[in-house]
Design a protein around this ligand. Structure first.
Ligand SMILES: [Fe+2]
Length: 227
């Protein structure tokens, strides 16, 4: 497995293709750590879907709204608004909820407790409204989710579900969303560069940690240097 290092990137060295490569490596690390569905029992499958739903249903639009509020350029804001429009007009939180119910994985109090600390860290980060860091986090997330959908659908099918609207939609629309967010990032990086002392990938690290907790639960073992 390739291990990438946490590092601060000076403003003058920020490069879009390097950023895309960085989030691709982080995504590959996350995907390579997914447990084999064949070795997960019903409780293991249920837990992953439930924790994913506990985080995504109520937070994705909130995070994307944070990206909108942080953006300084009209170009970035227009791209983010299109993304939000899809989320709200097509009621993605409702899709998420139906997906979890059909897989017998409605989140419980315990599921929300397991993700609470890492979700809180992401919320505090989002509250700082730092546009380049936010857009890096959301571009990372959209690209990762699109590649994660076949795995999530597989878990749901093994749970006896036939409601795949959520995974079908996000396996397709997030390709365009990811490309759009990288264009938004490019616009923001020129207009509002990250302070030289800040790690532009802080949100990527925090979100990757949260996603690893979703997948591995309370017994998550940190498997990489990306955090
Ligand atoms: Fe969505």
């Amino acid at each position: 497995m390739t291990v990438i290092e946490t590092r601060a990137v000076p403003v003058e060295a920020f490069d879009l293709s390097q950023a895309q490569e960085y989030v691709t490596v982080a995504t590959n690390e996350f995907l390579s750590g997914l447990p084999d569905p064949l070795r997960l029992g019903m409780a293991g499958r249920r837990g992953i879907i439930a924790r994913y739903a506990a985080v995504l249903e109520g937070n994705f639009i909130y995070w994307m709204t944070g990206a909108y509020l942080s953006a300084k350029t009209g170009e970035a804001r227009a791209i983010i608004v299109e993304n939000l429009r899809d989320e709200i007009a097509d009621c993605h939180p409702g899709m998420m909820r139906r997906f979890a119910i059909a897989a017998h994985a409605t989140p419980t109090e315990e599921d929300t407790a397991v993700v609470s600390d890492d979700l809180g860290s992401v919320r505090i980060f989002v509250g700082r409204l730092s546009s380049v860091q936010m857009l890096l986090m959301m571009a990372f997330f959209e690209g990762l989710i699109q590649r994660f959908m076949p795995y999530l659908a597989d878990l749901a099918m093994r749970q006896g579900s036939d409601d795949m609207e959520y995974t079908d939609v996000h396996g397709v629309c997030d390709i365009a969303h990811t490309a759009g967010l990288f264009r938004a990032l490019d616009a923001e990086a020129s207009a509002s560069p990250v302070d030289v002392w800040n790690d532009p990938y802080e949100g990527v690290h925090l979100l990757k940690t949260l996603l690893e907790t979703i997948v591995h639960g309370a017994g998550r073992v940190l498997s990489s240097a990306v955090r």
